[in-house]
Design a protein around this ligand. Structure first.
Ligand SMILES: *[C@@H]1O[C@H](CO)[C@@H](O)[C@H](O)[C@H]1NC(C)=O
Length: 326
């Protein structure tokens, strides 16, 4: 019995470590360049990790040296601790600087909080300038992301986008025909930034950045940029090395994802009846999920407009619904 149990655990551990475990790690300079924030970005001596800080002068950020068409992209991130209300740390892909009106974007956004309350993560996807349809989801985590480094990853292929936290898939966006151009389909760069999101990040802007606690420092390391780099002028990909990436979610991972979403998802655009009277076409509405979110936030997810104040949800990226109990 004991041995079997041990074997089972070992097998689960191997399976859970996934197929992205052997990808090469880039040094900072191989993969990235500073984007803004002068001294607020610091490269560590090993060349493999950096920190980005936010103080009253500026935030900071970096951008990948290459544009990529599909691939697996990852960073280990440790977020600032204690009072972080209003602070936003983002790790994302975008081509907004090249395509002003029809850009694509795949986002991890970390939203700070007041002391004693944990960071929340938001994921989102835009395609071909679909900024009028936010596809946000938000979650809390099963650990404190300011305690230690954790790996946050984006897998992007022509048929799906998967967001992972420590190799656990937390969201899968499948390309559907009805999404049309809303699925990201042009080469993008990777970005990491820290900035002041006082106006929306914590309880819809109620709790702002307090620079008494600055600098806010986010650490980044273990950069994986396993994608097809494209020529920035021609934009035509000359390769597709996602061919040798494992892109199927295993049964174990699917179970982990479903369990994560049951326990930790606090917001999904698919169930937000205030923003979308009819959910966007790709949404597969799950009655159990609808019920769970409704208990959590009856106004947003219940479709009852009785208690709906005028000022709610004007901002598509507002992050207040899960904070109502503050
Ligand atoms: C992207 O948007 C432009 C208009 O901004 C439109 O002409 C084009 O057909 C769209 N592409 C796709 C793939 O939907």
């Amino acid at each position: 019995m004991g041995l079997l149990y041990f074997l089972l655990l070992s097998l689960l551990a191997v399976m859970a470590s996934g197929s992205h475990g052997n990808l090469p790690i880039f040094s900072f300079d191989e993969g990235y360049t500073q984007l803004f924030g002068d001294d607020n970005m610091v490269i560590f001596k090993d060349g493999k990790s950096v920190h980005l800080s936010l103080d009253e002068r500026t935030g900071s950020g970096f951008v990948s040296n290459d544009l990529y068409f599909h691939g697996f992209f990852s960073a280990s991130i440790k977020l600032p601790a204690d009072y972080t209300a209003g602070v936003v740390v983002a790790f994302y892909m975008s081509n907004g600087d090249m395509f002003k009106r029809n850009h694509d974007e795949i986002d991890f956004e970390f939203l700070g909080n007041i002391r004693g309350r944990d960071w929340r993560i938001q994921t989102n996807v835009y395609g071909n300038g679909s900024t009028s349809i936010g596809r946000e989801e938000r979650y809390n985590l099963w650990f404190d992301p300011s305690d230690d480094f954790h790996q946050y990853s984006i897998l992007w292929t022509d048929s799906q986008i998967i967001f992972y936290v420590d190799n656990v898939p937390i969201r899968e966006v499948k390309r559907t025909e009805s999404m049309g151009g809303d699925f990201p389909s042009k080469p993008m760069s990777l970005y990491a930034t820290i900035w002041d999101g006082s106006d929306w990040a914590t309880n819809g802007g109620k709790y702002r950045v307090n620079y008494k606690y600055a600098p806010y420092i986010a650490h980044f390391s273990d950069f994986i940029l396993h994608g097809c780099a494209v020529d920035p002028i021609e934009l035509s990909p000359s390769c597709d090395n996602t061919a040798n990436l494992e892109t199927e979610i295993t049964t174990l991972q699917r179970n982990q994802m479903e369990s994560f979403r049951r326990k930790h998802m606090t917001y999904s655009y698919c169930y937000d009846q205030i923003r979308y009277k009819i959910p966007p076409s790709e949404c597969v509405v799950n009655p159990a999920e609808a019920k769970r979110l409704k208990v959590y936030d009856p106004v947003t997810f219940g479709g009852s407009r009785r208690h709906h104040g005028k000022h709610r949800r004007r901002h598509s990226r507002s992050a207040e619904s899960e904070d109502e109990s503050i």
